[in-house]
Each structure stands twice: as structure tokens, then as C-alpha cells.
Design a protein around this ligand. Sequence first.
Ligand SMILES: *Cc1c(COP(=O)(O)O)cnc(C)c1O
Length: 496
Amino acid sequence: MGLMYSSTRNSDVKMTASQAILKGLADDGGLFVPDSIPALDVSLDELANMSYQETAYAVMKQFLTDFTEEELKNCINKAYDSKFDTEEIAPLVQADGAYYLELFHGSTIAFKDMALSILPHLLITAARKNEVKNDIVILTATSGDTGKAALAGFADVEGTKIIVFYPKNGVSPIQEKQMVTQKGDNTFVVGIHGNFDQAQTGVKMMFNDTELKAEMDKAGYQFSSANSINIGRLVPQIVYYVYAYAKLYANGEIAKDESINVVVPTGNFGNILAAFYAKNMGLPIGKLICASNENKVLFDFFSTGTYDRNREFMLTSSPSMDILISSNLERLIYRIAGNDAAKNADLMKALTSCGKYEISEDMKAQLSDFYGNYSSEQETAEVIKNLYDKTGYVIDTHTAVAVGVYNKYKADTKDTDTKTVIASTASPFKFTRSVMNAIDTKYDAMSDFELVDELSKIGNVDVPNAIEEIRSAKVLHDTVCEVDEMPAVVKKFLGM
Ligand SMILES: *Cc1c(COP(=O)(O)O)cnc(C)c1O
């Protein structure tokens, strides 16, 4: 019997890994969690000699037990290939006493690529295993970044189509250009006259429209989601922590079983949860350092035991972390509640109805693996400048939030010796203006592409393909619609 998955809100729901990936979210609104976290079954010496792809197999086979070796290796090899601009896939860079785990070498130069380049293949394999005959249609609403990463992941994947809705006047010019130039016959991009919430609501309404569902089925289609709470996005994220540890060991930076700390710039709590799962697989991780920006709900939660989303939403220079509900935290809450689905469901109900909940002292005591703190906008900018002045290494705003919090951690705990890996979640070229302004305000006068060239010069790094491409790329998508026209647009794309 393989590893089964149940809902964080109902333990009676039991699914195989492939069923959980296909379904995404449980019908009761809960997230799928493995009944236990499997241990790594390869030694550190074996891991030390493995490529990224081999490490991915060693980790993922423990979780996705109903995939055959051939199926899983096929998914891994299709995902982690020349789409990444470095053979290592996730290289480690040492700077100023820490190790930066660069998770931004994929097609959209941010860490979402680590999971979204493999999810389409896992989804298609899962569909075949479960005898789904329909083509899978991915519907996504995006405020900018996830849409492009999902488009890049699903482009030209057989048996899938992807339709992305974005607010026509609500994304940056670079983000829009990235999306509307997307290649692939199975990709569709639509601007809506409305904001992100309206796009999101429109998508949710289509997911829940039973009439549309029946029509789609007749035409040979069914909807699915590439949402960040899909277990098929979480599991691939465990891989790079194992890989980083093994590389540190292989390079003689750490001794066997030496404990390391991990710092993660956090929004939806997916990336840091993957590190927590890695620790629970047996990887010697000491502290999991959770870094927030000025939307510091998680810092307050770790300090007080109360999660409270009732507060002003701040727009920061690290927009991918501008989040007040960290969805993946539910998987941690479920676990520290002793895998008690009823208890977790009560807390989540309180979050929906009052916007907050408080955990018990017992539960709080189990959070000792974590340290939480936050960086202000000013601290974030200072970190970028200081690191650049000291070492010449340029980091993006999200990674800088993590470094700011790592500095506070060292000051608070005096733990300055433990080797530390910082998850570097985006290329500085993705947030060029904020990064360059942090280094010197004189750059603010330059245009976006002038800034790109200047960053390449001062940081001594090549302009990534993802940016180079959009300079001259042709616009391939020009559909714009009203919010209430979204279902009609979908039908038209699908020839229904
Ligand atoms: C999504 C994202 C994050 C936050 O990751 P979570 O898994 O949502 O916590 C951090 N940095 C960047 C650049 C991101 O795109």
C-alpha cells in the first residue's frame, strides 16, 4: 500500500498522490497532506554524487508512491532541462558568510518555475493513471507572476490547454509583455476590464458552474488548477533543500550530519513548508527562519500564537509576498494540532468568519523549529546596497527581505556560527527598478530596459533570456473582455 493523502479538514478523505494532484483542493476546502512524512532512503554520500534530476527522483518517489519509476523520471527530465540556464538547476552562491540558493534559473526567473515546470507533467501523468480521457484545461487568474510561470510550464504540453486571465490595467508593463508574447498553440491570455479579485472570482465561478462542466465534458475537456496549494507543487520544492545540503557536504563546507539553518522569504508559506518537510524527512536543518515583509502576519503569529488578517494590506517592493492569508500554513496548523482535522477545521472556520484564530499553548510549543521576523521597506533596500557594496553580488527585493531577517535572527539569538542557506527566490532582473534604486537613487531616471543593461554591467551578470526575449518578442495574445464575458471567451477558445 502506497502513501495516502487526506484532507486537513477531514481525515476520512483518502486519496492516492495522483488523485490528490488531479483534484488540487479537497471538496471540504482542506488541503491534501500525506498521512506521514516519509524518510529519505538514500545516504548523504549517495546524495552528494547526484545531479539535480537524480536528487529529485530520490525525494519525490517517497511522496508520489503511485507513480512508476519510469513515469516519475519522465516528468523530472521534461521539467528540469535546458529551460534552466544552468546545468545545476539550483546553484549555491556564497556571499558575505551565507549561501544563496538561487531558485531563479528557470524560464520566468523566479522560484515558481521550480514547481510549475514539473506540475504539468505530473498532472498529465496523473490524468492518464486515473483514466481521465478528457484534455485538461488549466484556468488561472493572475496578478502578474504566477500567470507567466504557469503559461511557461504548460506551453506545448500535450493533453493540456491553459487560459490565463489578468487585470488589463493591473499588472506591470514587463509582466504584461511577458504574458502576451507567450508561445505555444495551447496557451491563451486574456486581459479583463476589472481588477485581480474580479478575475479570481470569475475563474472560481467557472470552476463551480455545473452546466459548463457538463458542456466541457461533452466536448472532451475538464478544468484543473495550477494553484500553489496543489501537493504537486509542494513536493518538487522539497528537492532543492536536499540538493543544497548534499552540495554543501560534497564541497566540504559542512561535516556529515552538521545542522544548517534555512531562511525563506515567505508569502503563501509554500516554500518554507517544503523546507519543514525536508527536515522531517531527516535532513539536518536547525532553524527554519520565516521572513516576512511589512505584511507581517506570520511574524505576529509566531510571536503571539494568534493569526490575524484584520489589518491594512501594504504594497511593498516584494509584491510576491504581499499576502495576508498564507494558505499553506494550514498544513502546519493541522500537524501541530496532532493531525486533528476537526480542530484544524474549527480554526480555519474562525479565519473565514472573523479573519483570525488563536492556537493553544500546546500547539505553540511545537513551533520551536521556526523563527519569524520581518524587514521594513527601508531595511530591505539597505540590505541590497550593503551586500552589493561589500561583495558586488546583487540580490532581488524578496531575497533581501530574507537577508534582513537573517541579520535580526543573528542579533537576537547570537547563533552566528551555524551555516545558513538563504532561499533566493527571484532574479534581480525581475525587480530591476527597486533593486537599482536601492543601490543608487540616480538610476530612477532610466527606462526599464536601460536599467536592465545597467544592472548587467554593475552586477557583472548576463541579462537572462527571459528578459532578453521580451525586448523584441511579438505580441501573440490580444483578447480583452468584460468580466461577465469570461465563460464565453473560454468556450470560444475551446471551439465549443
Ligand atoms: C511566490 C514568491 C515568494 C513566496 O513564496 P511562498 O511559497 O508563497 O511563501 C517569495 N518570493 C518570490 C519571488 C515569489 O515569487
